[in-house]
Design a protein around this ligand. Structure first.
Ligand SMILES: Nc1ncnc2c1ncn2[C@@H]1O[C@H](COP(=O)(O)OP(=O)(O)OP(=O)(O)O)[C@@H](O)[C@H]1O
Ligand SMILES: O=c1[nH]c(=O)c2[nH+]cn([C@@H]3O[C@H](COP(=O)(O)O)[C@@H](O)[C@H]3O)c2[nH]1
Ligand SMILES: NC(=O)CC[C@H](N)C(=O)O
Ligand SMILES: [Mg+2]
Length: 546
């Protein structure tokens, strides 16, 4: 998956920045998850949150002192690609058990926890990948309510080979005698299988048993509570100052706008930037929706020329994002100066810039939890920001996943079509015109995208897909139209299903709908003679092409 904090066999040396240890307002119980590089780590975090318990990801180098700052209710050690006996295998702080809180080790996490408590881990004679039949020996603790025989999902080549007497083997599989263990004196539980994946049918029960029975979690992490506490925190933080918000009309910034409108009312100005990289009709739609729904101070800024000038001649996706991120900030600064000039009281400061940054943006930009996460994409609003911002940031959604933001939007009473809008990236069509971005190329992709979305909506596929868009490829293909040769561009269609946009699969759009889309694009968009359908999942591809 995306954020691998450590390459196999390397220990991260970076220390985790302090601000990571400040919990969102109102969070009283937290389950930190130490990420040893598992492809399922996001899934573990989401499962815990779905159970109503706040969870967060941390690099494995987190120290006991840092963990103490969080006052964790329990800790989960994730799986990972390393072997504990590798020279540089990532290891948790050896004093982990001094915290005296329940620890659940999953796969590598179990191996590393057991090793710390005196067990020996070795390469297994028979590896297990995929389904395995688990026999439960002890139906207490993690296995309360779980049948004696159940399927589990395995993915390991190593296993615990010898277990000290202080442990009990609570479950086995035909080739794994220690498929689940618990320590007799310390609150440590290990499972060699993956309870977080749906292929482990009772995985949810096992995780719930850990959270509610072993850790004593209350399950009181709800969006309604989050909204109350976060609104209160922002109100106190802002005081008499003024806040500007970059409003894109997407779910995230719309939710932030609604939340801020509620907590600070007239101290908020929303700025919608027409950067020339928007979809067809987007500007009007955003203006209408917001002017219609909220009593907000909304400014629409036309900055197409500046953005396109900045992008002239630029082909590198990271460079595009950086330039776009910088230009956004310049536009926000100029607009803030104009707004300030209008204030009656010239002592009022515009100190804050609010953004709809989400947890996946933070993690994928490598700014997440360790400073060592793989940098997949510099999201323009996180990694792409200039160093001297000139504002303090207010990012109320920084700790939330997309589906939590949608739940929050519903709690805030946003209309359904706004809550369920497909995401649209801040750099917009600049990352969907591959290679150099020019106005004619943008117009071309706009036309294709409009047709695509029309067909998706009219065929009832909008809510069944997570994101659908057209990409203009910088290649030309030969075709034949009206008996003549054509040499024109290629449009790729991307349609994905995804819950949290960290992983995604290509959507199985019916062939006849694809046929109509292709036919319409080729006929109606001048300059395109070929349409391709992208059938790559994420990982290994990403959702956007750049
Ligand atoms: N055209 C724009 N004008 C003003 N701010 C913008 C614009 N595009 C993006 N932003 C800012 O950048 C942030 C990140 O963009 P992003 O696309 O991830 O979020 P979003 O648009 O709010 O939601 P979604 O992901 O559903 O599109 C936004 O929350 C917003 O603050
Ligand atoms: O605001 C944004 N700024 C960006 O730079 C950016 N890059 C990707 N995305 C969106 O993030 C989700 C995951 O996209 P990827 O799989 O391409 O990384 C998808 O929903 C993408 O549309 C962005 N959003
Ligand atoms: N999925 C895992 O955590 C695997 C752990 C370890 N790399 C093994 O192969 O056993
Ligand atoms: Mg957006």
């Amino acid at each position: 998956m995306t954020a691998t904090p450590t390459a196999p066999g390397s220990t991260p040396t970076d220390t985790i920045p302090d601000d990571v240890f400040t919990l969102p307002a109102g969070v009283k119980q937290v389950i930190p998850i130490l990420d040893f590089g598992s492809q399922y780590v996001q899934l573990i975090a989401r499962r815990v949150r779905d159970a109503g318990v706040y969870s967060m990801l941390l690099g494995p180098q987190v120290t006991v002192e840092q963990l103490k700052k969080l006052n964790p209710t329990g800790i989960i050690l994730s799986g990972g690609p390393s072997s504990v006996y590798d020279e540089n295998a990532p290891k948790p702080d050896p004093r982990l058990f001094e915290l005296c809180v329940p620890v659940l080790g999953i796969c590598y996490g179990m191996q590393v926890g057991c090793e710390l408590l005196g067990a020996e881990v070795k390469n297994a004679a028979s590896r297990e990948y995929g389904r395995a039949e688990l026999r439960v020996n002890e139906k207490s603790d993690l296995f309360k309510g779980v049948p004696d025989h159940t399927s589990v999902w395995m993915s390991h080549g190593d296993q615990v080979n010898t277990l000290p007497d202080e442990f009990v083997a609570t479950a086995t599989t035909p080739t794994c005698p220690f498929a689940a263990v618990r320590h007799k004196d310390k609150p440590f539980y290990g499972v060699q299988f993956h309870p977080e994946v749906t292929h482990t049918p009772h995985g949810g029960d096992i995780l719930s048993n850990f959270l509610f029975s072993a850790c004593g979690c209350r399950g009181d992490w709800t969006m309604a509570d989050f909204m109350e506490s976060e609104s209160k925190r922002i109100k106190e933080l802002v005081g008499d100052d003024h806040v500007i918000l970059g409003l894109s009309g997407g779910v995230d910034s719309s939710v932030v706008a609604a939340m801020l409108a509620k907590s600070i009312g007239k101290q908020l100005t929303c700025i919608f930037v027409d950067n020339g990289l928007l979809r067809k009709g987007e500007r009007d739609l955003v203006e209408q929706t917001f002017r219609g729904h909220f009593d907000l101070d909304l400014r629409v800024i036309d900055a197409e020329k500046q953005f396109l000038d900045d992008l002239a001649g630029i082909e590198d996706p990271q460079e595009k994002r950086t330039r776009i991120g910088h230009r956004f900030i310049d536009v926000f600064k100029d607009t803030a100066a104009q707004i300030k000039a209008e204030f009656e009281d010239q002592n009022t400061q515009i100190k804050y810039l609010a953004q709809g940054t989400l947890y996946p943006d933070v993690i994928e930009s490598g700014h997440g939890y360790a400073g060592t996460a793989a940098n997949i994409k510099l999201h323009h609003n996180v990694g792409g920001l200039p160093e001297q911002l000139g504002f303090d940031l207010i990012e109320p959604l920084r700790s939330l996943f997309k589906d939590e933001v949608r739940a929050l939007g519903t709690v805030l009473g946003l209309p359904e079509n706004m809550v369920w809008r497909h995401p649209f990236p801040g750099p917009g069509l600049a990352v969907r015109v591959l290679g150099e971005v020019t106005k004619p190329q943008l117009d071309l992709v706009r036309e294709a995208d409009e047709i695509l979305l029309e067909e998706i909506v009219s065929n009832g596929l909008y809510r069944k897909t997570a994101q659908v868009f057209a990409v203009l490829l910088p290649v030309k293909a030969v075709g034949v139209m009206g008996d003549g040769r054509t040499h024109e561009q290629v449009v790729a269609i991307r349609a994905v299903e995804s819950q949290d946009f960290m992983t995604a699969d290509w959507a199985r759009i019916p062939f006849d709908v694809l046929a109509t889309i292709s036919n319409r694009i080729i006929n109606e968009v001048r300059g395109v003679n070929r349409v391709c359908y992208d059938i790559s999942s994420k990982p290994p591809a990403t959702i956007e092409w750049e």
